[in-house]
Design a protein around this ligand. Structure first.
Ligand SMILES: Nc1ncnc2c1ncn2[C@@H]1O[C@H](COP(=O)(O)OP(=O)(O)OP(=O)(O)O)[C@@H](O)[C@H]1O
Ligand SMILES: [Mg+2]
Length: 372
């Protein structure tokens, strides 16, 4: 059978749940047997239930099947250990070799014989058990690592291709756009037109503004570029950003009380805040509160942009930094991609806290490079 995208997705889900269970529990105690058990347990209980609750209908049955498979693994291991302890080695082998446990047998590192020898050799010293369990845990971790690298490479390739295309587009659109812009300005300044025509000019102007935003603040910054670090301050950056964005009177805009002077790439950081504030304005639909706060902690500048908009559903949150992800009719879905690129180029990172009904907060963390 050829694996389709759907199957790969299923496998990915399972691996994530499994890897998480292992990460959370397998290395936390020193009683290895208990750890082994616990590595399986949270997957069949809490974690699995969470996963099932947040998973779409098609994937749910897969979890349930995996859950059963893991419960069987625990049963097989415990069952055979008990039998060996009771001196019933033959029965233990029968159990381990039974058809029912065909799949479970495969995960015993070193094979069946080895497993039995280890049980017999007594008394499940934690080292023995770690020999039994660790290889399978390591395999899982290795698999997880490989998948992460693959996914990361895929994302990078995708971003690179989009970056190349955007840079070319941005360059090619700029010239004809400035012709349109100047021509509208000339027409408007001539005056002497009826209200309806004037309204049309204004609509054209707004449309041109929108394209300009997409080029200057979005398309042009998807690809990392050489940054030019200069002395600047948060006040300076925000003042210039707020001069560029029209904030309606129906919006309560709170800016940080404390200024922070630092070294950064002014132009690209302005792009970040234009994007984040534009998103916030769109989220509150031009009416509500936007609060920007800033602080320095442990040599890091932490800037938070909060809006009291509708917040994002939990299935949207993990996707918002992906290139081309948008929930808007006129969005390109590249705004947050360029923010992430720029912030990471500064050696910082950007995160989001958002939930439906609770608004959204973007947290930008930058290394604090002091002005010399
Ligand atoms: N403050 C916010 N509140 C709610 N959702 C948000 C917020 N900011 C971003 N999002 C979500 O993240 C998505 C991606 O944002 P991004 O800025 O990358 O693209 P966009 O705003 O859709 O388009 P563009 O920025 O190109 O105009 C948005 O479509 C929206 O669903
Ligand atoms: Mg945006």
């Amino acid at each position: 059978m050829k694996l389709g995208l759907y199957h790969i997705q299923l496998m990915r889900y399972y691996e994530e749940v499994l890897a998480q269970a292992v990460r959370n529990y397998a290395f936390t105690g020193d009683k290895k047997w208990e750890m082994r058990y616990r590595a399986v347990e949270p997957m069949s209980d809490g974690l699995l239930k969470d996963a099932i609750a947040n998973t779409d209908e098609k994937i749910k049955p897969f979890f349930i099947v995996m859950d059963k498979a893991n419960m069987r693994l625990v049963k097989m291991e415990y069952g055979s250990i008990d039998l060996v302890n009771e001196g019933k080695k033959e029965q233990a082998i029968d159990l381990l070799e039974s058809k029912e446990y065909a799949d479970q047998r495969k995960v015993l590192a070193g094979g069946l014989e080895d497993f039995i020898t280890k049980i017999e050799s007594k008394t499940f010293s934690s080292d023995d058990l770690s020999d039994i369990m660790i290889p399978s845990v390591q395999q899982i971790i290795e698999l997880e690592r490989k998948l992460a690298v693959m996914e990361d490479n895929l994302k990078k390739e995708k971003l690179f291709a989009i970056g190349e295309l955007s840079a070319r587009l941005a360059h090619d659109i700029r010239n004809p756009l400035s012709v349109i812009k100047t021509s509208i300005n000339i027409l408007v300044s001539k005056g002497d037109v009826d209200a309806k025509t004037m309204e049309m000019y204004e609509r054209m102007e707004r449309a041109v503004e929108r394209i300009t935003y997409q080029i200057d603040d979005v398309l042009n910054f998807v690809k990392p570029r050489v940054s030019s670090l200069k002395n600047t301050s948060l006040d300076e950056i925000l003042a210039s950003v707020l001069a560029r964005i029209e904030i309606p009177k129906t919006v309560v805009m709170t800016t940080p009380t404390k200024n922070i002077e630092f070294v950064g790439d002014i132009i690209s950081l302005e792009i970040v805040f234009v994007n984040l504030i534009t998103n916030a304005l769109q989220a509150i639909n031009n009416s509500g509160e936007i609060t920007i706060s800033a602080d320095v902690q442990n040599e890091k500048i932490i800037i938070k942009i909060h809006d009291n908009g509708p917040g994002m559903p939990s299935d949207v949150v993990p996707k918002i930094f992906d290139p081309l992800f948008t929930t808007k009719q006129t969005g390109t879905g590249l705004g947050l991609t360029s923010c992430k690129t720029i912030i990471e180029q500064h050696g910082g990172h950007i995160e989001v806290e958002s939930a439906v009904g609770k608004g959204t907060t973007f947290v930008v963390t930058l290394p604090y490079r002091r002005i010399i």
